[in-house]
Design a protein around this ligand. Structure first.
Ligand code: AMP
Length: 414
């Protein structure tokens, strides 16, 4: 099975190629042809299965096949998500897969000013990705026109119901044309999901894919306890000892990434950094040098690493633990892909004990600990607060909007 045989046209195939995807995931192989037949679907799929591309690609395909309308941009597709983070991620995917198509997409969620969203909507968009609360605010203020919506996608519908959005969803749907295609994605099939599906989907095709093991279950993980000042020495030791040829190393900050590259250079280990301050050209070059084996170590920050897709990456090192626990799962998911063996090592100093505890809580397991001879931490060193170099984890950043840490009350959800 290839993307070419699924019925997607060139601009999408090109974007898929640029992402480095070689074949559709099971959910994509099953959902894309059915969606292209304009059928409703009820899909059971978790995060990590490739579900986002599973609905975004055929949605873009159908939008691109439609006859042009008088008004250049009209909202034709509405994607509802439970959280701001997911909305932002789906928006990013729509941009990535739709980069060779003329559609405009925008994201709408609470916790940020409404006016810039209104301005964007006024200028005209084709695709809206939204959380229900803020979308209802726009509906109430009549700043959004949903009369031309042809696609409604409910992503992670079970989570939306868990978060108490059922009435909000119903109110939103009441604004949409009856004649539309509805796609519902949910990790679980509860009675509430069935009820929602019965009310709003028409003869949906059921699609279910087996649960994929998450990276945190398949990747061999270890925590090496070490003093902060000796992390670089330990990293150099591990690279040399294991004769690692290709290792992706994560730091929390851009500055930290640059500094580590300089230090590894002194240890005669070829390394290059990618982060937000580097130009796209510099990032592309760094990545290709790494892929071709010209450099052994790629040092990345979380945001820069998002777009990285490297097959069979054997080693990931968390030089510093992320302050957003979910980022740990994303980081280690860079190794052990598609059944290949992978190893994720975290170098943890006493300052990071709380981050580690939060990560273990999130992945619901203890990561094996190693105290390497010659690198045992000095017990007299006391924990110090970690300075945040980037915007994350600080006020107003993604760290604070972390869905798992956020209390589930309504004012916080909007
Ligand atoms: P999702 O389940 O939509 O959150 O996607 C999980 C991850 O799989 C994302 O990082 C995607 O970039 C990646 N992905 C989606 N489709 C494919 C594919 N066909 N081949 C390889 N990776 C993919």
């Amino acid at each position: 099975m290839s993307f070419e045989t699924l019925g997607l046209s060139k601009p999408l195939l090109q974007a898929i190629k640029e992402q480095g995807y070689t074949k559709p995931t099971p959910i994509q192989a099953q959902a894309i042809p059915v969606i292209l037949q304009k059928k409703d679907i009820l899909a059971g799929a978790q995060t990590g299965t490739g579900k986002t591309a599973g609905f975004t690609l055929p949605m873009l395909e159908l939008l691109s096949r439609a006859k042009p309308t008088k008004q250049k941009h009209q909202i034709k597709a509405l994607i509802l998500t439970p959280t701001r983070e997911l909305a932002a991620q789906v928006h990013e995917s729509v941009e990535v897969y739709g980069k060779h198509l003329p559609f405009k997409a925008t994201v709408i969620f609470g916790g940020v000013k409404i006016n810039p969203q209104i301005t964007k909507l006024r200028k005209g968009v084709d695709i809206v990705i939204a959380t229900p609360g803020r979308l209802l605010d726009h509906i109430g203020q009549k700043t959004i026109d949903l009369r031309h919506v042809e696609f409604l996608i409910l992503d992670e519908a079970d989570r939306m119901l868990d978060m108490g959005f059922v009435n909000d969803i119903k109110k939103v749907i009441a604004q949409l044309p009856k004649q539309r295609q509805t796609l519902l994605f949910s990790a679980t099939y509860s009675d509430a999901i069935k009820k929602l599906s019965n009310s709003f989907l028409i003869a949906p095709k059921l699609i279910e894919v087996a649960r994929q093991n998450t990276a945190s279950e398949t990747v061999k993980q270890a925590v090496y306890h070490v003093d902060k000042v000796r992390k670089r020495e330990l990293l150099t030791h591990l690279i040399g000892e294991g004769n690692w040829k290709q290792v992706l190393v994560f730091t929390r900050t851009k500055h930290g990434a640059n500094r580590l590259v300089g230090q590894l250079d002194k240890d005669e280990i070829t390394a290059v950094a990618i982060h937000g301050n580097k130009s796209q050209n510099a990032r592309t070059k760094a990545l290709s040098d790494f892929k071709e084996g010209k450099v052994r170590v790629l040092v990345a920050t979380d945001i820069a690493a998002r777009g990285i897709d490297i097959d069979q990456l054997p080693h990931v090192v968390n030089y510093e633990l992320p302050n957003v626990s979910e980022d740990y799962v994303h980081r280690i998911g860079r190794t052990g892909r598609a059944g290949n063996k992978g190893e994720a090592i975290s170098l943890v100093c006493v300052d990071e004990d709380e981050y580690l505890a939060n990560i273990e809580k999130l992945i619901k397991k203890d990561i094996p600990k190693v105290w390497l001879k010659g690198f045992k931490p000095d017990p007299s060193i006391k924990a110090e607060p970690i300075k945040q170099g980037g915007g994350r984890g600080q006020k107003g950043s993604r760290g604070n909007t972390n869905s798992r840490n956020r209390p589930r009350n309504r004012s916080n959800r909007r």
